[in-house]
Design a protein around this ligand. Structure first.
Ligand code: PGA
Length: 242
């Protein structure tokens, strides 16, 4: 399976940040290796510009969220169709920051994932337990419930990202055994060829170890995706597809 290394810039990045993407492509020496997929999800303001600028490069551009409807009276929202029109190929849905900050339920995440598929985008559907839930031994149950509630009816072209909430932006990472257990569990709930990404404090120093765990088919990278010098070694740490 071709690994997918996705950068989630969150609410970071101005037009000048294009230099980081150029620096990343520069490190590829012209073309990103074709045995891995590289994705950058900048803020919505930069999606169209990046997609145009890098249309000939081996990196793809994605959104960080979308509305479930294709258009209408939803001030401030962006639809999946608009992202696709802007040149995006993927969209992250159900990130824990959206679930927490915007009260997004599993049903809302599912509707967004369906919208992404409708618009021809690949949704990256995020799931993950909180620290309390893990301590209480409920991590598998919580993720199981989130998958049941958030996955679209058609699951042929989706990506799942397992991101323990307590590992996001904290420098904390589950043990390799815990990551393996969760990814094996998610594998039993989805297609054999659905990519399951790990996210939460992936850094140049731990990427190789995490990306070599069975059923870890890539990474969703926040902070370390903002600088080419950090993101490049993470991209290259993934074992390439055969
Ligand atoms: P992090 O964020 O790599 O900064 O922990 C990951 C994410 O939220 O997708």
């Amino acid at each position: 399976m071709k690994p997918l290394i996705a950068g989630n810039w969150k609410m970071n990045g101005l037009t000048a940040s294009i230099t980081e993407v150029e620096a990343l492509i520069g490190k590829f020496d012209g073309a990103a290796p074709d045995d891995r997929d590289v994705l950058i999800c900048p803020p919505a303001t930069l999606v169209a510009g990046f997609a145009v600028q890098f249309s000939d490069e081996a990196i793809q551009i994605g959104g960080q969220d979308c509305h479930a409807e294709s258009g209408g009276a939803h001030t401030g929202d962006v639809s999946a169709e608009m992202l696709a029109d802007a040149g995006a190929a993927f969209v992250i849905v159900g990130h824990s920051e959206r679930r927490a900050d915007h009260g997004e339920s599993d049903a809302a995440v599912k509707a967004k994932a369906e919208a992404a598929l409708r618009a021809g985008l690949t949704p990256i559907i995020c799931v993950g337990e909180t620290e309390n839930q893990r301590t209480a031994g409920k991590a598998l149950d919580i993720v199981s419930g989130q998958l049941e509630g958030s996955l679209p009816e058609t699951t042929d072209d989706i990506v799942i990202a397992y991101e323990p909430v307590w590992a996001i932006g904290t420098g904390l990472v589950p043990t390799n055994g815990d990551i393996a257990e969760m990814h094996n569990f998610i594998r039993t709930k989805t297609h054999f060829d659905t990519r399951i990404l790990y996210g939460g404090s992936v850094k140049p120093g731990n990427a190789k170890e995490i990306l070599s765990i069975a059923n870890v088919n890539g990474a969703l990278v926040g902070g370390a995706s903002l600088k080419a010098e950090d993101f490049y070694p993470i991209v290259m740490a993934a074992p390439g597809a055969d």
